[in-house]
Design a protein around this ligand. Structure first.
Ligand code: NAP
Length: 326
């Protein structure tokens, strides 16, 4: 049986994303086959399309790190899911398609109070934010969190999740409209970095600096993050939109006893991702059920128009997530 998938015909601009016919994948023993309702677009998909973020060995070249949909078949060792269940799932690739396979341990029940399509916007950001803020940086209620890229898919997730867990949030974004959304989502203050110095603002708002930074920007932000931090703060880098190479004075790291760390989700072993999935189900899914957190959907395109979704993401005009619907 064949299906429509979106392939990257060659590294390049959004137009290299083209519809193609591929076989429907077969679920392995521990996998489920999902009839995809929607797939989330993530910035790493843009990097993959450009040729900078190849899929790990053994993973399909079809992009797409998350989907929602209905279980259409199960592998012989699957115990948690049955045909007909509505799920969303973290994938290592293959989401831009009519059907995708997912490990059963990386599927979560599609929340009852969301359209099934919107659940596609949850896995990549929820797993990333939960792991980096709460497992890696050990963020706690009452602390101050600085989120860069506050209006991004990751940022809108981090603001809501942290606020719901009793954390005080400061966000940065590139214009006033984005800042207003960050504050609506729960940030105590959002800083337009084109108009205001976020270091001075963080020090003024908190008195002694922030306790955790979630940074996707890197470049000159690395030094500024040190300055925005309180003693013993933790800084987590999940991307480097301004570059991964920069000259830094490490003195504040030592004097303030800072921790600088980072991680990438896709390359982690399955058992790590399964542990993260369990944490997300336990700690984040109740926030969705109670209405304290929901994915912010900026726009939706038909699967065949994936290139339009990528082009929009590259304008940086979107707030929240962009999804592709079947
Ligand atoms: N490590 C991991 O496991 C992991 C997992 C998922 C995503 N990520 C990374 O997390 C980031 C966000 O992902 P996403 O899917 O949420 O992307 P997204 O929605 O496209 O957001 C990217 C944001 O970055 C900001 N930005 C872009 N260029 C910038 C610059 N030069 N300086 C400051 N801000 C800039 C933009 O906001 P403004 O207009 O406000 O500047 C935009 O909102 C991406 O870099 C992605 O690669 C990492």
């Amino acid at each position: 049986m064949t299906q429509t998938s979106i392939e990257i015909t060659e590294p390049g601009a959004p137009e290299v994303l083209q519809a193609t016919s591929r076989p429907v994948p077969e679920p392995a023993a521990t996998q489920v086959l999902i009839k995809v309702a929607a797939a989330g677009i993530n910035r790493p998909d843009v990097f993959q399309r450009m040729g900078f973020y190849p899929p790990p060995p053994g993973v399909t070249d079809i992009p797409g790190l998350e989907v929602s949909g209905t279980v259409a078949a199960v592998g012989e060792a699957v115990t948690a899911w049955a045909i007909g269940d509505q799920v969303c799932a973290l994938l290592a690739g293959g989401g831009y398609a009519e059907y995708a396979v997912a490990e059963e341990s990386l599927c979560l029940p599609a929340p009852d109070n969301l359209p099934l399509e919107h659940a596609a916007a949850l896995p990549e950001t929820c797993f990333t934010v939960w792991h980096n803020l709460f497992e890696r940086a050990e963020l706690k209620a009452g602390e101050w969190l600085l989120v860069h890229g506050g209006a991004s898919g990751i940022g809108t997730t981090a603001i809501q999740m942290a606020s719901a867990m009793g954390v005080n949030v400061i966000a940065t974004a590139g214009n006033d409209e984005k800042c207003a959304v960050c504050e609506d989502l729960g940030a105590t203050k959002a800083i337009n970095y084109n108009q205001q110095d976020f270091v001075a603002a963080c020090q003024e708002i908190t008195g002694s600096g922030v306790n955790v930074v979630l940074d996707m920007v890197g470049g000159d932000y690395v030094q500024k993050n040190f300055a925005a931090c309180a003693p013993r703060a933790r800084i987590v880098n999940i991307a480097f939109l301004r570059g991964s190479k920069t000259e830094v004075d490490l003195m504040p790291l030592m004097l303030k006893q800072l921790v600088l760390t980072g991680s990438t989700l896709r390359a982690q072993p399955l058992e790590n991702k399964a542990r993260i999935a369990a944490g997300v189900k336990d700690q984040v899914w109740p926030l969705i059920a109670s209405g304290q957190f929901k994915p912010i959907i900026h726009s939706s395109f038909p699967l065949a128009e994936a290139s339009k979704g990528h082009a929009l993401m590259e304008t940086n005009q979107h707030i929240g997530k962009i999804i592709l619907e079947n």
